[in-house]
Write a protein that binds this ligand. Structure first.
Ligand SMILES: Cc1cc2nc3c(=O)[nH]c(=O)nc-3n(C[C@H](O)[C@H](O)[C@H](O)COP(=O)(O)O)c2cc1C
Length: 190
């Protein structure tokens, strides 16, 4: 498949992966799914636990989402990233200088509550996950950091540096994710 062809949303294969314990990251994943469909893609949406054997290279546009747990991805996401790293390493896909593969794009999305230091608790998660894609030839075209209520922790949902974050991500934020996804998938028209 050449780059032009793989960039057509009708043929571009789109994968949305996520892990979510209290639903925030799943809401973002579903907004991405809606945006991708509106742009003409036929995305596959999976939890990382359902995708432990996935060959990422079978997809042209991959979204991978995670919450922040102690400013890192939670254990299931870490395991997924490490397993895929090992898989691609064994297959010889990880090359010095990480050359880009034409038409391969990735977006990392992170939900976080930032109760202590705000977005700085989410950025390491996005950078860590992004490195998997960069190492296997994807261009990481975006990192989306989305504030999410800290379910079950009123103090962290109301008194942190981000203020009262109950109910987030809200409808407007999710609509914005949907729009951004639409643009990104549409930009793949070539
Ligand atoms: C065990 C645990 C640890 C967390 N640690 C952090 C943290 O270090 N920084 C942060 O910003 N949010 C932290 N959070 C909040 C979550 O990242 C945030 O609420 C996220 O949106 C949850 O995603 P989910 O609903 O998809 O599971 C933590 C949540 C839990 C349950």
């Amino acid at each position: 498949m050449d780059a032009t062809r793989s960039a057509n949303p009708n043929t571009q294969k789109t994968l949305i992966l996520y892990w979510s314990a209290t639903g925030n990251t799943e809401k973002v994943a579903r907004a991405i799914e809606r945006g991708a469909r509106e742009a003409g893609a036929n995305p596959v949406l999976l939890k990382v636990s359902e995708a432990m054997d996935v060959d990422l290279h079978a997809y042209d546009l991959v979204f991978l989402g995670s919450p922040s747990y102690s400013y890192m991805p939670p254990e299931p996401v870490l395991r997924f990233v490490k397993d895929r790293q090992e898989f691609h390493k064994r297959r010889g896909d990880i090359k010095v200088r990480a050359p880009r593969l034409p038409g391969k794009r990735a977006v990392v999305f992170v939900t976080y509550s930032g109760p202590h230091t705000g977005i700085d608790e989410a950025i390491p998660v996005g950078k860590y996950i992004g490195q998997l894609f960069a190492h296997i030839g994807y261009e990481v075209v975006d990192e989306w950091y989305v504030v999410g209520e800290f379910h079950g922790n009123l103090l962290h949902s109301t008194e942190g540096p981000l203020g009262d974050i109950r109910g987030r991500p809200n409808a407007e934020e999710l609509a914005n994710i949907e729009r951004q996804t639409f643009s990104l998938v549409s930009a793949g028209h070539g």
